[in-house]
Design a protein around this ligand. Structure first.
Ligand SMILES: *[C@@H]1O[C@H](CO)[C@@H](O)[C@H](O)[C@H]1NC(C)=O
Ligand SMILES: *[C@@H]1O[C@H](CO)[C@@H](O)[C@H](O)[C@H]1NC(C)=O
Ligand SMILES: *[C@@H]1O[C@H](CO)[C@@H](O)[C@H](O)[C@H]1NC(C)=O
Ligand SMILES: *[C@@H]1O[C@H](CO)[C@@H](O)[C@H](O)[C@H]1NC(C)=O
Ligand SMILES: *[C@@H]1O[C@H](CO)[C@@H](O)[C@H](O)[C@H]1NC(C)=O
Ligand SMILES: *[C@@H]1O[C@H](CO)[C@@H](O)[C@H](O)[C@H]1NC(C)=O
Ligand SMILES: *[C@@H]1O[C@H](CO)[C@@H](O)[C@H](O)[C@H]1NC(C)=O
Ligand SMILES: *[C@@H]1O[C@H](CO)[C@@H](O)[C@H](O)[C@H]1NC(C)=O
Ligand SMILES: *[C@@H]1O[C@H](CO)[C@@H](O)[C@H](O)[C@H]1NC(C)=O
Length: 628
């Protein structure tokens, strides 16, 4: 408990040092229900929070176990782990055996393992789902499936402060990625699946459905932009909605007929912003017809039979690269200064080639054209500046810039994958209530103000910024390129956006967990505890806190006061019409004394899902007893 308190005070001191203004907005957004999840780079104060060796990448942070936030000003505390958000149907976490943080024996509430997965069981039912990690990343794993508690914290400074969920978890006791040169690494980042376990006959309920049923989000949906670490662009993951400023131009809407967020890719080309194709080496690189027999199978299975000139591609943040039928990447390579390294299995940038500067700084991009379910062509431009990633140890001994495109076959699935490299420049979302996948152009590093919109259960569309927002967001990255000035693309939601932007900044400082965990990771704690010990005390204090909070818990949808006062500090009170700004105290000690909110937001105690699980376990136990 002492360690927890010390950790909390440290975290608050570090964050409040940056905090000069608190804005609480409750009037304007009361009926919007969404949760904005923290990325590992949001708490950069203690280090990097980025992941390689083929990135750098940013991941999303989630907490193990159930935690409750006593008030808006007290961060959540507990062991946090990094995950890739995907449309997979489960969560995959590294156990302590695989140098991760998840330990079933220590987790009081995990169900008994209900499925064991051994390496190389490709016929296993689980394999379809593992494709989210192992198909193109060659990720070999083994472990067991359980159902256990997790907590998602909200970056934003308002309801819901957090969400307690029960997740179907694949506990990876071994986990190894083999690179094309046969070197291996032990990955650190797990997987957060937003899909329905039932779609793959697994036990459990999707985390989004639970949050929707608990009234925390308005639909079982998510909106994601992985964004770029080298260009210092924050990632965005909204549950129950999306950030409108991450969506540019027409939005591709794809009917989801299987558990997979399948999209239909019809063309890939190379282009230069504001330059005619013939003036530089641009144009389509799409082989015609696509030579892989498996694509026929895939198309027949997933798409309208009339569409035969494209391929099925699934956006998948769990894999690093862009995986396309041969020879798409080879064709791109003829137009840009990259060299194929056979021994390495990657394309490396030739930074000495004079064309390198042209491709990077004069608006060069790789464009992906999709045909969506409404027969609309959607083109997404991924600037080559985003495709200048870095290979590091253990793949190579010295860091080297590489081009993350891979010509692959589809391993007889008829499906190719668009991984994180693509998703740096694309918006990806799914609404599970209407069974649609969204794909759209995302902005470059100089984005418009944040405007978060919720998705309703019947929504099959979303609003976006006008197409010109793309060039505006890249202008500073392409200084030598002369593009005619266009007006600001600030939409009608601009004011709300500015407010929400400030909220996000404040909220992310307080979102909790991550800061404390990061500090402990680096052993800078006031009490020199090892990671293991501190997690242990976390769990204990969580249990204590749980029992206390439970008895005080009171259901109330919104705080009684639309602002919070902390000691002599003052805050901005804001409703939809007015805004007052005052300075806050910088004395961090006052934050520890913040009045605790009487409202506790949690899954209803009579969670039907939990009851069903317990019922099942009782039945299994009875059966076993019967057999004896
Ligand atoms: C486990 O479940 C019990 C009862 O449902 C609850 O009181 C406790 O807080 C939970 N513990 C964790 C770590 O989630
Ligand atoms: C998991 O937790 C249990 C109980 O705290 C402990 O005995 C065990 O050593 C832990 N396992 C690992 C691999 O850390
Ligand atoms: C994946 O890694 C294994 C070694 O773990 C290797 O035998 C296999 O060839 C690799 N597969 C691909 C497609 O690279
Ligand atoms: C990697 O290992 C596989 C089989 O284990 C072998 O076929 C392949 O040539 C190796 N690749 C390299 C680059 O050494
Ligand atoms: C997509 O789904 C909608 C609603 O279910 C349906 O009206 C439409 O015809 C479908 N489109 C395609 C191409 O399957
Ligand atoms: C989509 O693009 C393809 C090829 O680029 C073109 O043939 C087709 O007419 C376009 N469809 C629409 C609806 O614009
Ligand atoms: C490409 O990436 C390397 C790091 O691998 C970096 O040093 C270089 O500045 C990048 N080039 C451009 C044009 O962004
Ligand atoms: C979405 O898909 C699920 C499972 O496949 C199905 O139960 C549900 O009815 C579908 N919803 C709509 C609106 O099509
Ligand atoms: C979707 O379209 C409907 C009808 O055109 C509109 O009323 C609704 O506001 C749109 N939703 C979003 C999120 O843009």
């Amino acid at each position: 408990m002492m360690a927890t308190m010390a950790g909390s005070a440290f975290g608050l001191r570090a964050t409040t040092a940056l905090l000069t203004l608190i804005v609480l907005s409750l009037g304007g957004v009361t009926d919007a229900k969404f949760l904005s999840m923290p990325f590992t780079t949001d708490f950069d104060i203690f280090g990097t929070g980025t992941y390689g060796p083929d990135g750098p990448w940013q991941a999303v942070g989630v907490m193990l176990g159930n935690h409750e936030r006593k008030s808006h000003l007290v961060p959540l505390e507990g062991p946090s782990v990094p995950v890739w958000p995907t449309a997979a149907s489960m969560v995959a976490l590294h156990s302590t055996k695989a140098r991760g943080k998840y330990n079933i024996t220590r987790s009081g509430n995990a169900t008994k393992p209900f499925l064991e997965i051994t390496e190389g069981t490709s016929e296993n039912k689980a394999s379809a789902l593992f494709r989210f990690a192992d198909l193109n990343s060659n990720h070999s794993t083994a472990g067991v499936m359980v159902i256990d508690a997790m907590t998602f914290s909200n970056l934003r400074f308002e309801e819901p402060g957090y969400a307690n969920v029960q997740a179907t978890i694949y506990v990876m006791d071994s986990s190894v990625i083999t690179y094309p040169n046969n070197r291996t690494s032990d990955p650190e980042v797990g997987i957060l699946g937003f899909g329905r376990p039932g779609d793959l006959d697994f036990r459990g309920t999707s985390v989004l459905v639970q949050m929707k049923e608990a009234g925390l989000i308005s639909s079982s949906s998510f909106g994601l932009h992985i964004a770029s670490v080298p260009l210092k662009q924050r990632g965005s993951l909204i549950l129950g909605g999306y950030e409108e400023n991450r969506v540019i131009g027409p939005v591709g809407v794809f009917n989801k007929t299987t558990g997979l967020p399948a999209t239909y890719l019809t063309d890939v080309s190379v282009g230069f912003e504001g330059v005619a194709e013939q003036d530089r080496e641009g144009g389509s690189v799409w082989p015609n017809p696509v030579p892989d027999q498996a694509s026929r199978v895939g198309l027949d299975r997933f798409m309208q039979p009339s569409k035969k000139n494209g391929i099925i591609a699934i956006p998948n943040p769990a894999v690093p690269g862009i995986y396309l039928p041969s020879p798409v990447c080879a064709n791109v390579a003829t137009k840009i200064p990259v060299v194929w390294k056979e021994d390495l299995g990657y394309y490396l940038w030739d930074t000495t080639d004079p064309r390198y500067d042209t491709v990077m700084n004069f608006g060069g991009y790789m464009a992906f054209t999709f045909l969506d379910s409404t027969a609309t062509n959607i083109t997404i431009k991924v600037p080559f500046k985003l495709l200048n990633l870095t290979l590091e140890k253990p793949i190579v001994d010295e860091p080297v810039p590489y081009f993350p495109c891979h010509d692959t076959d589809s391993y007889n699935t008829g499906i190719w994958e668009l991984g994180r490299a693509f998703l740096q420049g694309a918006f990806f979302g799914v609404n599970y209530d209407t069974n649609v996948t969204f794909l759209a152009q995302a902005p470059g590093p100089d984005m418009e103000q944040s405007v978060i919109r919720s998705l309703e259960p019947e929504d099959r569309n979303m609003t976006s910024l006008p197409a010109k927002a793309f060039v505006n967001s890249w202008r500073k990255q392409w200084p030598e390129l002369i593009i005619p000035d266009t007006e600001s693309t600030l939409g009608p939601g601009a004011l709300a956006g500015i407010i929400i932007g400030v909220l996000a900044v404040v909220g992310l400082l307080l979102a909790g967990g991550w800061v404390v965990w990061r500090r402990r990771q680096r052993g800078r704690g006031a009490q020199q505890l090892s990671g293991e010990q501190s997690s242990d005390s976390d769990m204990k204090s969580v249990r204590e806190l749980d029992s206390r909070a439970k008895s005080e818990a009171k259901e109330c949808p919104y705080p009684e006061h639309p602002f919070v006062e902390i000691g002599d500090s003052t805050v901005v009170e804001l409703d939809s019409r007015s805004m007052r700004t005052v300075k806050t105290s910088r004395d961090p000690s006052q934050f520890s004394e913040a009045p605790s909110s009487p409202c506790v937001y949690e899954m209803p105690a009579d969670n039907p899902f939990l009851d069903r699980e317990r019922e099942k376990e009782r039945e299994v136990d009875k059966e076993k007893e019967g057999q004896r």
